[in-house]
Design a protein around this ligand. Sequence first.
Ligand SMILES: Nc1ncnc2c1ncn2[C@@H]1O[C@H](COP(=O)(O)OP(=O)(O)OP(=O)(O)O)[C@@H](O)[C@H]1O
Length: 313
Amino acid sequence: MSPVIEARGLVKRYGRFAAVDGIDLTVEKGEVFGLLGPNGSGKTTTILLLLGLTEPTAGSISVLGLDPLRQPLAVKRRVGYLPDQIGFYDHLTAWENLAFTARLAGLISKEAQGRIADALGRVRLTEVAHRRVATFSRGMRQRLGLAEVLVKQAEIAILDEPTSGLDPQSTQELLDLIRELAAEGVTFVLSSHQLAMMQTICGRVALFRRGRVGLVGRVEDLTANVLGGTFRIEVEIEKADLVKVLAGVPHVSGLTRLQDERWRVDAAADVRADIARRIIGAGGALHSITMSQTTLDEVYVRFFEGENHDVAA
Ligand SMILES: Nc1ncnc2c1ncn2[C@@H]1O[C@H](COP(=O)(O)OP(=O)(O)OP(=O)(O)O)[C@@H](O)[C@H]1O
């Protein structure tokens, strides 16, 4: 494991208000790491701290082994940042915008030409390379943002709401590109409220709550932590009392009646075979037994609903 981002005890205060209130974060090389949380929970402030765009009140940050505050230019050179509204020069073409990026990255012209052509090819913008960016759709702008990451060969890309406003196909294309680049070792930090998208792309996510990271981990692990069961099994039965049938079955953590004979079982393991055997053994009729994946959406809703229960570690 080689961490590319490490934050310890990070605090950012505005006056007496702590926008970031003691965050510890470790992101490994090649990870796709998600920042989630309600508006105002501190995600953007954390990103600004990582980029050296604002000064921490306390704590330490290391990005690619650099201190963003002391070495902001080195960090900017090696980290790509795509804010919600990516700022391109609209009156310039895609190619010209990337040429500008290349110049800032200190590339000589010949090397820049090759990289720009390759990057535009990878993000499928070759055909519109010489069109003004003002005419680009949001999906094209997002892809051009990733082309920038490619041109400067950024090792980390931080993307804010990368798929908001994109149609399903453009979303898919962007996510495929992110996956490809992550497989090549680029580390991604994504901040988004689109939970279903985050669940498909992020290896780990951090749930922010009032300036702190309440939970961090793989979605499956958060599920176990927040919902008490990783596996959700739906059972449709007849002529059996599921409450009695399941009494004492190992790994079962919850039972909810959804409709007359439809039940949901929460369990810490895949206990479908065991459940089926017991229902038949009790003389019941088993109409269906299916397992559904818990969504990040449910984890999120339950986590923030549970403010008073304080499920956070
Ligand atoms: N420059 C500032 N001065 C004062 N307060 C600020 C400043 N920047 C951010 N804040 C406050 O810090 C808190 C955290 O803001 P931040 O933008 O980090 O939240 P966020 O999680 O990114 O929210 P969103 O999901 O809306 O992007 C908010 O209450 C915000 O009002």
